[in-house]
Design a protein around this ligand. Structure first.
Ligand code: GTB
Length: 216
């Protein structure tokens, strides 16, 4: 049965791949699974029909038969568990790849989201100028450790995995901040992710919605 995901009707980033349906699209493209997209407006996201799918009134969601899932990490994991291409078969390598999924969401993404909040919602606060450098330094702490662990490897732990997919998408949220450029191996790592044919197909599909070149 073809799954259906939800995505922004009009993404604030003009379809540039930062909204989290991108993670699900990328995972589906990596495993070669066709999918449908239901676009939702900001208003519709907060109405009962969508809230029944997503308790926080957000996107993405994932529906397949009588299954309804929310949380991009959980959806990517669900896809990776059932289709080859995103998690190693060997048990220990598989478990480590899942650790990297959690690390992306639970260790690296939080300070990056702090920065988004600071820049988007706190600009007019008297303490904004003082706080932002502290937020940036907390991001640098994590990126320095991640950069050290990655070294000159292509991916975090052997072959490309769902852990890399989540980590690359988390790091992409730093686009425009200049911080990622301070870590050349992380910039190259993200570029490797973006160069993957599956990423490019996912990105093009999301952008086509914004440019109006896609029916869904
Ligand atoms: N933890 C959840 C978070 C989901 C989430 O944050 N969804 C956002 C869209 S992706 C986050 C996002 C939004 C916009 C951009 N952008 O650049 O325009 C980038 C990322 C959303 O629905 N926001 C609307 C709301 O909360 O009412 C997950 O990973 O699925």
């Amino acid at each position: 049965m073809t799954p259906t995901i939800t995505a922004f009707e009009r993404s604030p980033d003009r379809g540039r791949g930062l909204a989290r349906d991108m993670r699900v699209r990328w995972a589906l493209e990596e495993v070669g699974l066709p999918y449908k997209v239901r676009l939702v407006s900001f208003k519709a996201m907060k109405e009962p029909a969508h809230l029944a799918l997503h308790p926080f009134g957000q996107i993405p969601t994932y529906e397949e038969g009588d299954l309804a899932l929310f949380e991009s990490g959980a959806i990517v994991f669900y896809i990776a568990e059932r289709h080859a291409g995103l998690l190693p078969d060997e048990a220990n390598a598989r478990a480590r790849a899942i650790s990297w999924m959690f690390a992306a969401l639970n260790t690296v993404e939080p300070p990056i989201l702090e920065r988004q909040t600071a820049v988007l919602l706190e600009r007019d606060e008297t303490w904004h100028e003082q706080r932002l450098p502290m937020v940036d330094d907390r991001i640098r702490d994590r990126l320095g450790e991640l950069s050290g662990r990655l070294g000159d490897a292509d991916w975090l732990d052997g072959a490309f995995s769902a852990g890399d997919l989540m980590m690359v998408h988390v790091l992409l949220r730093l686009s425009g901040s200049g911080i990622l450029d301070e870590y050349p191996n992380l910039s190259a790592y993200v570029a490797r992710g973006e160069a993957r044919p599956a990423y490019k197909r996912a990105f093009a599909a999301q952008l086509a919605i914004f440019t109006g070149k896609s029916p869904t």
